[in-house]
Write a protein that binds this ligand. Structure first.
Ligand SMILES: *[C@@H]1O[C@H](CO)[C@@H](O)[C@H](O)[C@H]1NC(C)=O
Ligand SMILES: *[C@@H]1O[C@H](CO)[C@@H](O)[C@H](O)[C@H]1NC(C)=O
Ligand SMILES: *[C@@H]1O[C@H](CO)[C@@H](O)[C@H](O)[C@H]1NC(C)=O
Length: 346
């Protein structure tokens, strides 16, 4: 009894390491000093010299090496920059397990599937295509959300795109309920444990499920009981959404963004663990089996020294470039063209 009380009490005395232990730090290696400053910057609570601290330090040192290698491939001023993020104490496996989900997409869900041989298609420039599109500037993109450890990127990215299409249609920007989707969507979707936006859209339209305002169905970031009722007011998605394979046809992806609006895409986000900003061109392979995340594309910039898409992520505003990621156009970087969804609201 006493022992267990003592044990519990001790648990409350795990003191975060602060950088004010200067004398100590001076003797320690550079990477350990970096780790200690990382701990205090991100309010992590590893007690100094514990086993956990040592294990995390080793992971952190590996992260420093990875970041150095990735930054070694930078070619332009605007190339992606990698470094320490709040995820730098996680191994790539832990990061993947906590924030990414193996993509659940099945081929039968694909509509208008277009398979193109990249090599047979000349890079067709669409004459009317604007060189720059940013739907944020048009006031149709809501604030960046933070999914935390809830693996519902498929719900966050779809709801964000529904919010944008609703604002384009009505001129009113409103936040809609991601939690309703987490709790209620079936058709192979598993709430915080993963899902796919195309099967979500099939489920929403087949069952005529309206997405309620975020205020009437607030975010919990965990799987809960479905509280949706057919009589509750909300936004319906039109049945003619698309799920296209546009690898080799990113001209069509750009055209869709410019002429129709933001899209939902599946991506491989494993390298984003270290992303600080800039345009991702390398270190982000795009094979379909590597897809593990979903984001809303809110625009592109072809005037940049590295033409790129602008993706709204759901890992909070501190991630990347104010919560956004820039991904180079033209070569399926991060797998961005494997599964592209445009949608409309009724
Ligand atoms: C860490 O905690 C301090 C004080 O509570 C807070 O001001 C700061 O924003 C936190 N930093 C992070 C990265 O969460
Ligand atoms: C690189 O970017 C920085 C910051 O935006 C800028 O000041 C600098 O002039 C750029 N350098 C080149 C070579 O474009
Ligand atoms: C759905 O149909 C409407 C009306 O025909 C059209 O304007 C819209 O572009 C279509 N949406 C998609 C995603 O194809």
């Amino acid at each position: 009894m006493l022992y267990s009380l003592g044990f519990c009490a001790l648990m409350f005395f795990v003191i975060p390491v602060h950088i004010d232990k200067k004398e100590n730090l001076a003797k320690k290696s550079q990477s350990q000093a970096k780790f200690n400053s990382f701990i205090s910057r991100y309010n992590k609570s590893y007690s100094l010299d514990s086993e956990d601290y040592k294990a995390r330090l080793e992971i952190f040192e590996n992260a420093l090496k990875t970041v150095k290698t990735m930054n070694g491939m930078r070619q332009f001023n605007e190339s992606a920059l990698y470094g320490l993020t709040e995820f730098s104490d996680l191994s790539p496996e832990e990061f993947s397990h906590k924030y990414l989900r193996k993509h659940h997409h099945e081929h039968k869900h694909r509509r208008n599937e277009r398979r193109n041989d990249v090599h047979s298609i000349a890079r067709r420039a669409i004459p009317s295509l604007p060189s720059m599109v940013d739907w944020r500037a048009k006031g149709v993109v809501t604030g960046v959300k933070d999914q935390g450890p809830c693996g519902a990127c498929w719900a966050f990215s779809t709801v964000a795109t529904v919010e944008s299409m609703l604002a384009i249609k009505t001129g009113k920007l409103a936040e809609l309920s991601v939690q309703e989707i987490i709790d209620c969507a079936r058709n192979g979707n598993l709430g915080c444990n993963g899902g796919d936006f195309c099967s979500l859209l099939e489920w929403l339209t087949a069952n005529q499920v309206a997405i309620e305002p975020a205020t009437s169905y607030p975010l919990l970031l965990k799987n809960d009981v479905c509280k949706w009722k057919k009589s509750n007011p909300g936004i319906l998605v039109a049945g003619n959404f698309t799920c296209d394979y546009l690898v080799g046809r990113e001209d069509l992806l750009l055209q869709r963004i410019a002429e129709h609006g933001p899209v939902v895409v599946a991506v491989n986000a494993i390298s984003w663990q270290y992303y600080l900003g800039g345009v991702i061109e390398n270190n982000c392979p795009g094979q379909p089996e590597l897809l593990n995340h979903a984001v809303e594309i809110v625009g592109y910039d072809l005037t940049s020294s590295i033409p790129h898409y602008i993706a709204k992520n759901s890992w909070g505003k501190r991630f990347g470039d104010g919560g956004y990621v820039k991904i180079a156009t033209g070569s399926n970087v991060c797998g961005i063209a494997n599964e592209v969804t445009s949608l409309d609201v009724l």
